[in-house]
Design a protein around this ligand. Structure first.
Ligand SMILES: NC(=O)c1ccc[n+]([C@@H]2O[C@H](COP(=O)([O-])OP(=O)(O)OC[C@H]3O[C@@H](n4cnc5c(N)ncnc54)[C@H](OP(=O)(O)O)[C@@H]3O)[C@@H](O)[C@H]2O)c1
Length: 299
């Protein structure tokens, strides 16, 4: 099975890159930004022509939330229109797209959380650009899995856990925001669950790409319905509680003060309560267990 992976060097993409290497049946064609810029349509077309993929896993994104406020054009190009072009090409080549989106498509005003069917209403440029990407996938390509996730961390790329651990080496005391709540998610747990739920059923049931294209209806019974999915580690916390969890699990001794978002001004507004309810497939393990597994790797 030919699989194209875009964004192979990011937090999430790097786990797909590692994990997919373990599947004998998969021939992986993986690209980072240097080898393939997803906004370069001609290069993306060339990849489709060459690979004729069964799956495209798109982990490429412009994820610098604050910078998106001032680089609107880039945000909408990478997170919006390039995603639409990838979806178009998937349609043309009969490929299934697995694309990732974010809790930041929601405004964070609903303290009961957001299901896959809740109406998005982003409050920052990053969220608006990611919502544009979702819409471009939904309108151009029936064969898609859009997976919204939240607060990712992992071995590759800048993330909150590593930032806290570094600050603990440099400072005795820290202020951390205590009025934004979400579900910290270990990118390895997410990548494993995506492969298990969305890719493995096709590996087991679909046979060759040609057979699947001829024979889709039979395969559909064995495979999850296309559409929108929420997938995060279970439970939720504020950034302050997440920081306490990180220091406790890693045995760091540092004073942490809870502060409000007003005391910690940033260019982009953040939703205050962006919990994704995972109503279609079960949640991943608890965020505390995900964190412990990640910290074990680092010790
Ligand atoms: N990180 C989170 O907390 C979070 C939360 C919810 C949802 N998500 C979503 O999850 C997905 C994966 O995010 P992530 O955390 O793995 O992000 P990440 O670490 O920033 O990885 C994204 C990758 O895409 C690359 N990229 C940027 N522009 C590109 C372009 N024009 N062409 C090709 N590659 C490009 C980046 O390269 P450079 O680094 O060199 O720019 C980076 O390697 C994204 O869809 C994101 O929106 C992330």
């Amino acid at each position: 099975m030919n699989i194209v992976l875009f964004g192979k060097s990011g937090i999430l993409g790097s786990y797909f890159f590692k994990l997919l290497a373990g599947y004998d049946e998969v021939e992986l064609f993986a690209y980072d930004k240097e080898s393939l810029d997803v906004t370069d349509l001609q290069s993306v077309k060339t990849v489709f022509e060459k690979v004729k993929p069964f799956f495209v896993i798109n982990c490429a994104a412009y994820t610098a939330v604050d910078d998106c406020e001032t680089n609107l054009e880039k945000a909408f190009l990478v997170n919006g229109s390039a995603v639409g072009e990838i979806a178009n090409l998937c349609n043309e080549y009969g490929a299934i797209l697995i694309h990732f989106s974010t809790d930041y498509v929601f405004d964070g005003q609903n303290s009961s959380g957001y299901s896959e069917n809740s109406d998005p209403s982003p409050i920052n440029a990053y969220g608006r650009s990611k919502l544009e990407g979702e819409k471009n996938v939904m309108s151009n390509l029936p064969n898609h899995y859009i997976v919204r996730t939240s607060w990712l961390y992992g071995e590759n790329g800048k993330n909150f856990v590593d930032t806290m651990l570094k600050l603990a080496e440099e400072k005795d005391e820290l202020n951390v925001v205590n009025d934004q709540f979400g579900a910290p998610t270990y990118a390895k747990d997410l990548a494993e669950a995506v492969l298990e739920n969305f890719v493995e059923p096709y590996l087991k049931n679909a046979g060759t790409h040609e057979k699947w294209l001829d024979d889709k209806k039979d395969v559909f019974k064995e495979c999850p319905a296309f559409g929108m999915y929420h997938l995060t580690n279970s439970g939720s916390c504020s950034w302050y509680e997440f920081a306490l969890g990180i220091f406790e699990a890693s045995g760091k001794n540092i004073k942490v003060n809870p502060v409000s978002s007003d005391e910690f001004k940033r260019p982009a507004k953040r939703p205050s309560y962006s919990i994704l309810l995972n109503e279609k497939i079960p949640c991943l393990k608890s965020w505390q267990d995900g964190l412990k597994n990640y910290l074990k790797l680092k010790s």
